[in-house]
Design a protein around this ligand. Structure first.
Ligand code: HEC
Ligand code: HEC
Length: 204
């Protein structure tokens, strides 16, 4: 019995020492992120990544690796826009810290008012358009728009931002995506862009 207790104590001690390191490392990472978010990012993306305005994308629950890639691309200029100035001075550890900060925030979704229009979006999202060779968005972004490590979450995103990005892909203004989204967006009509944007904004 004594041996068992001793073994359990040792095990506990072991667990404690193993756990102590990552905990303090984690604290440092979130401190770094918190300071930068308070100073810069929150003005447009909000403290919780909810976005302060429909022009700015929601970052809450966006995938870690995707955020890292976008910030690196903004920093290098591979993706162009307002964000180039914000990302210019970020270091790699800061980028990692910011990505884990925003990816761990709870996700939000919108109430879709125009239900009939969103139905058109439902069709594009889940079935695509076989007449113009548009694949179903769900085949990459997931059945609920949840995305994955390298594929962005689009569920609950502002419809205005989604439509703007699809238009940018279409016009080849956003070119850091290995042209996958360009080939898709270039086949979408204006109506399809707005319908699918409406639909995804309501996904949870
Ligand atoms: C002045 C407003 C503004 C500030 C401040 C700002 N952003 Fe942005 N951010 C934008 C806009 C606008 C976009 C959309 C891309 C574009 O059109 O340039 C964006 C896009 C992004 C994206 C890509 C999202 C996606 O879904 O592809 C990430 C990641 C991001 N911002 C992170 C940050 C971080 C981290 C900070 C703080 C260091 C920050 N932003 C500060 C306006 C801002
Ligand atoms: C073959 C896979 C694939 C399909 C199908 C696909 N996407 Fe994408 N999509 C991607 C990838 C990969 C990215 C990330 C691009 C990057 O790295 O910048 C992306 C990015 C996006 C973005 C930008 C998100 C952001 O946060 O900035 C939007 C919006 C989007 N896709 C919408 C759609 C819609 C709507 C459809 C259906 C009409 C669709 N996608 C179909 C692969 C796909």
């Amino acid at each position: 019995m004594f041996r068992l207790i001793l073994a359990l104590c040792l095990l506990n001690l072991f667990n404690y020492t193993v756990a102590a390191e990552p905990d303090s490392a984690q604290e440092n990472t979130s401190d770094i992120a918190l300071t930068i978010v308070q100073d810069k990012c929150q003005h447009c993306h909000g403290m919780e990544g909810e976005a302060s305005n429909v022009l700015y994308p929601r970052l809450a629950g966006q995938h870690n690796q995707y955020i890292v890639k976008q910030l690196q691309d903004f920093r290098s200029g591979a993706r162009k826009g307002t964000m180039n100035d914000m990302a210019r001075d970020l270091t790699d550890p800061e980028i990692l810290a910011l990505a884990s900060y925003f990816s761990s925030k709870p996700t939000l979704s919108h109430r879709v008012r125009n239900k009939e229009f969103a139905q058109v979006g439902w069709y594009i999202f889940h079935r695509g358009n076989e007449y113009s060779d548009v694949p179903a968005c769900s085949s990459c972004h997931g059945e609920n728009g949840e995305g994955s490590d390298k594929l962005p979450r689009i569920a609950g995103q502002h419809k205005r931002y989604v439509a703007d990005q699809l238009t940018e892909f279409h016009n080849r203004e956003r070119t850091n995506d290995n042209s996958i989204m360009h080939s898709i967006a270039s086949k979408l009509t204006e109506m399809e862009i707005h319908a699918v944007s409406n639909y995804v904004s309501g996904l949870k």
